[in-house]
Design a binder for this molecule. Structure first.
Ligand SMILES: NC(=O)c1ccc[n+]([C@@H]2O[C@H](COP(=O)([O-])OP(=O)(O)OC[C@H]3O[C@@H](n4cnc5c(N)ncnc54)[C@H](O)[C@@H]3O)[C@@H](O)[C@H]2O)c1
Length: 424
């Protein structure tokens, strides 16, 4: 099929490469001409494991074309995917202005029977509003919702081994047409109305964020009681009703989705007269969790961070991505800086202007009172802790991800502090 994708970010690029992998011809548009120029030159503007290989194969099969003009890109497309940003407004609601302005821009030039599919995460009710907008501009065009569930760092696999594909449309045959694009994937299909499709996406993200918060709180308790969180979560996760995922303690959730999507869900719930207390508390609890981590850093260096250097391992919001949007590592860095610390960070793929960056984790630890492991990059497991100990001014390694081997850290003469790891 001839498909257009509008918005060449994390979601748009994966969608483009994935659909081309399935044999579709994809016309990708982005408002940023520099991004399009890089793509045309065969360069990917983001880091996502496996994505460049998928792009290269699609390029060799001549299935891709790139545009810095949305109207050009949609010419001849039977399905148009919107993979555009929906950031937070100041009040927590999602800003859908780009979605509406792009639909207004392209709707007049779409061929009859084209389906405009929202892949962006949009507030419940957006699909219906887009239907009304399109009906006014070009009534023979259809609208559908196809929320994205990829997780950065694993996005290619998430596409190729999708567990489910959700398509919401008022007209069942339209939903089936969109779903048919994914034929060949092992996913279970959920065909529904646009409103339910939109709520599925927010429900999934809010649940996952709440679950992480729950297990971070349990790790906090494990710390205080002297229990081992790894054993506790193993014991809980063996219950089939609960399952073993999303239980690892960490620096709190962040990234480009959970923070803005939980805020948006809480906001839209209030708009219909319901206070979604659990989600609101998860947001607040996640914030307190990160404050507690900064507080604990201060205690670990003897009561004051003022004038001290902290080595930060990781600025990406999780391993496997260069994305630092609302990264917990940077929230914590900000807290440390506010207390007078100087933060020097190393990350294999991501970078940030908030902190001083160095390519080498050992260099990040140089002269540091403590090292904070904020992102679970496997690269940090290969760092020579003896070398780290030699260059540090202090001796604390605060492992927010329970990533490192406590024994190896201790053997180097350093003090290991994990989360809910008493034996460590
Ligand atoms: N990143 C994820 O892990 C993820 C997962 C699921 C859902 N989502 C949702 O998908 C949507 C996109 O997220 P993302 O992370 O890919 O965002 P992104 O910021 O990485 O990409 C958005 C792209 O759209 C382009 N763009 C902006 N305005 C445009 C316009 N008028 N015309 C053409 N292009 C334009 C930008 O230049 C950018 O390249 C969001 O709604 C997000 O919530 C993201």
């Amino acid at each position: 099929m001839e498909v257009a994708v509008i918005g060449g970010g994390y979601v748009g690029l994966v969608q483009t490469a994935g659909l081309a992998h399935l044999g579709h011809r994809v016309r990708l548009a982005d408002v940023d001409p520099a991004r399009i120029a890089r793509l045309e030159a065969g360069e990917l503007p983001i880091f996502e494991p496996g994505l460049s290989e998928l792009f290269e194969r699609a390029r060799q099969r001549k299935l891709l074309s790139f545009f810095d003009d949305n109207r050009e890109a949609v010419k001849g497309a039977e399905v148009v995917f919107l993979t555009l940003p929906t950031p937070s407004n100041g009040d927590g609601s999602a800003d859908t202005s780009v979605i509406f302005s792009v639909v207004e821009e392209i709707a007049p030039v779409l061929e009859p029977n084209t389906v405009v599919v929202t892949k962006s995460t949009v507030p419940v009710g957006t699909g219906r509003a887009l239907e009304e907008l399109v009906a006014r501009i070009n009534p023979r065009v259809h609208v559908a919702s196809n929320p994205e569930f990829l997780s950065e760092g694993n996005a290619v696999d998430d596409f190729l081994r999708a567990e489910r594909i959700v398509v919401g449309a008022s007209d069942r045959t339209v939903a089936e047409r969109v779903a048919s694009l994914y034929e060949g994937l092992p996913a279970r299909l959920v065909l529904t109305d646009p409103t339910s499709a939109e709520l599925i996406k927010y429900g999934a993200n809010a649940y996952l964020a709440t679950r992480i918060t729950f297990f971070n709180s349990l790790a906090e308790l494990a710390d205080r009681f002297g229990a081992d969180i790894a054993d506790v979560t193993a014991g809980i996760g063996l219950d089939r009703r609960i399952g073993p995922h999303f239980m690892r303690p960490g620096p709190g959730w962040g990234g480009s989705c959970f923070p803005k999507d939980t805020r948006a869900l809480a906001h839209m719930a209030r708009q219909v007269g319901y206070r979604f207390g659990l989600v609101e508390e998860a947001i607040e609890s996640n914030r307190r969790h990160q404050e507690l981590i900064v507080e604990r850093c201060r205690e670990l260096v003897g009561g004051s961070l003022d004038g001290l250097t902290v080595g930060l391992w990781g600025v990406a919001f999780k391993a496997g991505t260069d994305d630092t949007r609302e990264s917990p590592a940077l929230v914590i860095a900000q807290g440390l800086i506010a207390q007078g610390a100087r933060v020097r960070a190393a990350d294999p793929e991501a970078t940030s202007d908030l902190v001083e960056m160095t390519p080498d984790p050992v260099a990040a630890a140089e002269g540091a009172a403590m090292v904070v492991v904020a992102t679970e990059w496997p690269e940090f497991l290969r760092v020579d802790m003896g070398q780290v100990a030699r260059v540090m001014a202090g001796d604390v390694v605060f492992d927010l991800r329970n990533l490192l081997d406590p024994e190896a850290v201790r053997k180097a003469g350093l003090r290991y502090v994990g989360r809910g790891r008493p034996s460590a």
